[in-house]
Ligand binder design. Structure first.
Ligand SMILES: Cc1ncc(COP(=O)(O)O)c(C=O)c1O
Length: 424
């Protein structure tokens, strides 16, 4: 169609602007994200037997994503409520959501909440909560070194480094026992400079599935408080590990009970299945209400230029469920069912390997907790399983138990058996 705009308004005829090389010609191709890239490769594989055990997202026995019934109900209620509008939320998010999220993680009777020593801001899921917390620390905390466990979720070092923190590691996992390297952890935290920030997975450590016992948590707490190390809890799996929301928050509550300060990032991705809604919260527990108020004022200055204010829909779903007794109860039942299915997958895989006589001790499959099993398979064995069996997982040997079903377990057991016996 001919242009109706007069020539003189179009300016000079394009020269190199449209014909020359791209101004972005020097941009190099970036590698895929190590975790999300697994799904990209999986999607390209035409095999009918392919299984995706890479990404940490819950699947049903039929291998389908799950929207919780209670979430559907909450959404329906929101849609039916004609008084609801789409105005901007405040910078700190939905007030009800923030209050209820703090109670969920710290406990309904938490003295810290009653004393108004906690500030909670709604953020973009767990990642966004970590990022806002990291930005705040980089600007307002005197120590800019953060210790993260080795190994940890692959995004942790990137989130903290980008915020301007210096990232160091502490020993966490012992490949020989496939359990916690508690001695190494204590030594490394003892050697950390006073005041350093320490990232702790509240429960269901990703990728290892190995958590400290309650007694070990208590020892970690004593050591950290004696050295004034600042805890930053990442709680991405509350309720998803044991099936019990309170049990999975024990570690965090232990540190709040002593009256000390800490940060906690919460995600509703896994425990409410709200992955794509990006709902989470950052809480900072302070010594006094006055400090908490000032901290919140600075959090607003972090958030405003980053994304202005958070989205309304997901947080409204969470608030609807958390404030209604009956809906809350329904949620806990659905949550427990997800956790139980994962635990049952652990037992089935363990039994399948035992029945096949696969060499090695596989008890870690049933000892580890949460969404993932850190199998101990090496990079070559993982590559073999992907090539020969179309099983997709991260190259560190981590498998998402939530992606398995009774139907796919025999296929996985065959693949592990052959990888262990044929590939070193
Ligand atoms: C340990 C850990 N922290 C944080 C997250 C953040 O998840 P999201 O940003 O989807 O809430 C994840 C997700 O896999 C995780 O495993």
């Amino acid at each position: 169609m001919a242009s109706t705009i007069p020539d003189e308004m179009l300016g000079p005829a394009p020269t190199s602007g449209s014909h020359g090389p791209s101004v972005f010609a020097d941009v190099v191709q970036a590698p895929e994200d190590p975790i999300l890239g697994v799904t990209v490769a999986y999607n390209k594989d035409p095999s009918p037997v392919k299984v995706n055990l890479g990404v940490g997202a819950y699947r049903t026995e039929e291998g389908k994503p799950l929207v919780l019934n209670v979430v559907r109900r909450a959404e329906q209620m929101l849609v039916n409520d004609g008084s609801r509008v789409k105005e901007y939320l405040p910078i700190t998010g939905l007030a009800d959501f923030n209050k209820l999220s703090a109670k969920l993680i710290f406990g309904v009777d938490s003295p810290a909440i009653q004393e108004k020593r906690v500030t909670t801001v709604q953020c973009l899921s767990g990642t966004g909560s970590l990022r806002v917390g990291a930005e705040f620390l980089a600007r307002h905390y005197h120590q800019r070194t953060i210790y993260i466990p080795l190994p940890t979720w692959g995004n942790h070092p990137k989130v903290f480094a980008l915020a301007g923190l210096f990232v160091k590691t502490y020993r966490y996992y012992d490949p020989a026992t496939r359990g916690l390297n508690f001695q190494g952890l204590l030594e490394d935290l003892s050697a950390a400079p006073s005041g350093a920030i320490v990232l702790l997975h509240a429960c269901a450590h990703n990728p290892t599935g190995v958590d400290p016992t309650f007694e070990q948590w208590e020892q970690i707490r004593q050591l950290m408080r004696s050295k004034t190390l600042l805890p930053f809890f990442d709680s991405a799996y509350q309720g998803f590990a044991s099936g019990n929301l309170d049990a999975d928050a024990q570690s965090v509550r232990l540190f709040v009970e002593d009256g000390g300060e800490l940060l906690a990032a919460q995600s509703y991705a896994k425990n409410m299945g709200l992955y794509g809604e990006r709902v989470g919260a950052l809480s900072i527990v302070c010594k006094t209400a006055d400090v908490a108020t000032k901290v919140e004022s600075q959090l607003k200055l972090v958030i405003r230029p980053m994304y202005s204010s958070p989205p309304i829909h997901g947080a409204s779903i969470v608030a609807t469920i958390l404030k209604d007794r009956e809906m809350y109860h329904e949620w806990t039942i659905e949550l427990k069912a997800m956790a139980d299915r994962i635990i049952s997958m652990r037992h089935q895989l363990f039994e399948a390997l035992r029945a096949k006589g696969t060499p090695g001790d596989w008890t870690h499959i049933i000892k580890q907790i949460g969404m993932f099993t850190f199998t101990g398979l090496n990079t070559e064995q993982v590559a073999f399983m992907t090539k020969e069996y179309h099983i997709y997982m991260t190259s560190d040997g981590r498998i998402s138990m939530a992606g398995l079903s009774s139907k796919t377990i025999p296929h996985l057991a065959d693949a592990i058996h052959e990888a262990i016996t044929c590939v070193n």
